[in-house]
Design a protein around this ligand. Structure first.
Ligand code: GTP
Ligand code: MG
Length: 150
């Protein structure tokens, strides 16, 4: 089992998609172990997106992610990082298949509704540490776990 950092971006919160996205992750069998609505400040945004600091879109990206509340969450489950990436679709919603979150709810590269940790080893734990204290993460069993896992 594995943990991943997921965030409904400001466009997703403003469009009322938090419940829809949480529902999809729950339906899949993933377990929410942390969550908070928060306003990201510039320092946190620049740190979170540090890998993109030399890209031409960096300022727009930081401006966007700090433009309104986000729903930050930690989800746990088998192969959680890859499974969430698969459910999100491609970075560009226009290239994302219907049935994926970005493919169902987005059109524009710079307004792609959701963030999920990428599969680079350590990305997930780095992002979880950045947004959550370990004490904010809850350890519990979901009643359906024995039906989800062999
Ligand atoms: P995140 O979950 O947000 O990290 O998306 P990702 O992992 O699918 O993509 P990546 O980390 O490569 O890029 C981070 C964000 O920058 C994307 O979600 C896009 O919103 C934005 N972005 C990426 N590439 C471009 C680009 O070429 N132009 C613009 N304007 N934005 C971009
Ligand atoms: Mg990324």
């Amino acid at each position: 089992t594995e943990r991943t950092f997921v965030m409904v971006k400001p466009d997703g919160v403003q469009r009322g998609l938090v419940g829809e996205i949480v529902g999809r992750l729950e339906d899949r069998g993933l377990k929410m172990v942390g969550g908070k609505l928060m306003q990201i400040d510039r320092d946190l945004a620049e740190e979170h997106y540090g890998e993109h600091e030399d890209k031409p879109f960096f300022d727009d990206l930081v401006g966007f992610i700090t433009s309104g509340p986000v729903m930050a969450m930690v989800w746990e489950g088998q192969d959680a990082v890859q499974q969430v990436r698969t459910m999100m679709g491609e970075t560009d919603p226009a290239e994302s298949a219907p049935g994926t979150i970005r493919g169902d709810f987005g059109l524009d590269l710079g307004r792609n509704v959701i963030h999920g940790s990428d599969t680079e080893p350590g990305s997930n734990e780095r992002e979880i540490d950045l947004f959550f204290d370990e004490a904010e993460l809850i350890h519990y069993e979901r009643v359906d776990e024995q039906w989800l896992y062999e």
